[in-house]
Design a protein around this ligand. Structure first.
Ligand code: CMC
Length: 414
């Protein structure tokens, strides 16, 4: 072998191995090694152009537009376009996305058959996770996603399908468990209207559709929350979009994440009336138990989604005769803030969504599915961003076990 010079960045002096001379390049800065960051609270692992959060000031923007402006003026479809294209659509672009989504609302007959096979008492998030995964079996494009132009185009096509079909999966699982006939999607409706149409078998009022539409806008994306991170970890292995979304649905399910909205409703049911709020909440605080729907890893001020939802929840609770629910929620908030606001504990998005979903006629155990229906758009957008600039996500664990342990034969173990 001829003498070959290669650069290395660790050893400062040339080393000759056999006939090969390794000569170091100019010194480079070598990281001091991984840092231990439990819960990854201080670690940035990806870039995004979709949502910006200032947790100290309570700001959330999608592509620079304040969430409040979007909740007031936008629609879920327009928000999805904004997140996926980092610009608001023209009318023609929005019409194009709407038609493309509508064309994908329907699910294969085999998936309806699969829903029929599910136990009626299945937890809806288990059903949704299984169904999202099963969609891959009927999509010839499922493994076409990748980092080149063709792979990215495939990932975008799959994203459209996932966002369009998720409401059909949820609504028809809910019908199945009640022994009701399936309701096929109506491809002339927007996503919120179509969902309520399938869920209830009748066209919702405009106010109900708009209420759900606003919830979908508010939940669409939120930086690198746990489920979005999980989705990015999966797609970064160059797996596929269905696998990434299945991971994400499973991660969202936990009560510390998307499952909190169901827990809030369970808590409101348990409290039952305004006169019991104070003793219930104070008792929980004294026992150092979590009050669901409060606190956030990033927000140490009022979650701006909760600000909007609080006003909205009051309105819809008044309109639907559920003001007691809103009043109890407000009562809980006052007591928690008096005790915890100085520690940065405020209501998060899940707190007033519970009252809102209840007033929209959605069953408590479907609340987290509602979150998934919306966040599917953010998860897909993040996976596309990941594919556009991919690197395997692979942190390290700090080993805390023993070293140099002897291997003990089975007969000698105690
Ligand atoms: N009720 C009472 N105390 C709380 C709460 C709460 N909901 N949340 C945090 N704290 C206390 C916590 O006990 C800790 O106190 P101390 O310093 O005395 O030990 C302090 O605040 C810091 O909390 P943490 O658990 O270190 O904060 P974290 O960033 O690890 O956790 C959280 C954030 C969202 C998991 C947590 O606030 C929580 O469990 N909240 C209740 C569940 C919930 O509402 N989750 C929805 C989150 S927002 C939507 C979403 O992402 O899905």
């Amino acid at each position: 072998m001829n003498s070959t010079t290669v650069s290395a960045n660790i050893t400062p002096t040339p080393v000759t191995i056999s006939t090969m001379t390794i000569t170091p390049a100019a010194p480079v800065s070598v990281p001091s090694g991984p840092i231990f960051d439990k819960g990854l609270a201080n670690t940035i692992v990806a870039e995004t152009q979709m949502s910006f959060i200032d947790g100290g000031k309570g700001v959330l923007e999608y592509v620079g537009i304040e969430i409040d402006a979007l909740a007031r003026n936008s629609t879920f479809e327009e928000t999805v376009y904004l997140l996926w294209n980092t610009k608001l659509p023209t009318k023609a672009e929005l019409d194009g996305l709407r038609s493309a989504l509508q064309a994908e609302y329907e699910i294969p007959d085999a998936i309806y058959d699969m829903i029929k096979s599910f136990p009626r008492d299945a937890v809806p998030m288990h059903a949704l996770r299984t169904l999202v995964s099963a969609l891959a079996l009927h999509d010839l494009d499922a493994d076409a996603c990748g980092t080149d132009a063709a792979g990215l185009a495939a990932a975008k096509r799959t994203s459209l399908r996932l966002v369009a079909k998720t409401p059909t999966l949820i609504a028809n699982f809910d019908r199945h468990r009640q022994g009701k006939a399936f309701v096929r999607p109506n491809t002339s409706f927007d996503i919120a209207t179509n969902f309520l149409w399938m869920l209830n078998g009748e066209k919702p009022t405009e106010a109900m559709s708009r209420g759900l539409d606003i919830c979908l806008i508010l939940h669409a994306d939120h930086g690198l929350n746990a489920s979005t991170f999980a989705a990015r970890v999966t797609i970064a292995t160059l797996s596929d979009m269905y696998s990434a979304m299945t991971t994400a649905v499973g991660t969202l399910k936990g009560p510390l994440h998307g499952g909190a909205n169901e827990e809030v409703m369970i808590m409101l049911d348990e409290i039952g009336s305004m006169d019991k709020v104070e003793s219930f909440v104070k008792g929980k605080l004294e026992r150092k138990e979590l009050i669901m729907g409060f606190g956030h890893r990033v927000y140490k001020a009022y979650d701006p989604r909760a600000t909007y939802l609080k006003t909205f929840a009051k309105q819809i609770a008044t309109d639907t005769g559920n003001l007691n629910l809103f009043n109890m929620s407000q009562g809980i908030e006052e007591i928690v803030l008096a005790a915890k606001a100085d520690k940065g504990i405020f209501p998060n998005v899940d707190f007033y969504s519970a009252t809102t979903y209840h007033c929209l006629g959605i069953k408590t155990d479907l609340f987290t599915c509602m979150f998934a229906m919306s966040r599917m758009s953010g998860w897909c957008g993040h996976c596309i961003e990941q594919l556009q600039d991919n690197r395997l996500i692979r942190p390290q664990a700090k080993y805390t076990g023993p070293h140099a342990a002897p291997y003990v034969a089975t007969a000698d173990r105690r």
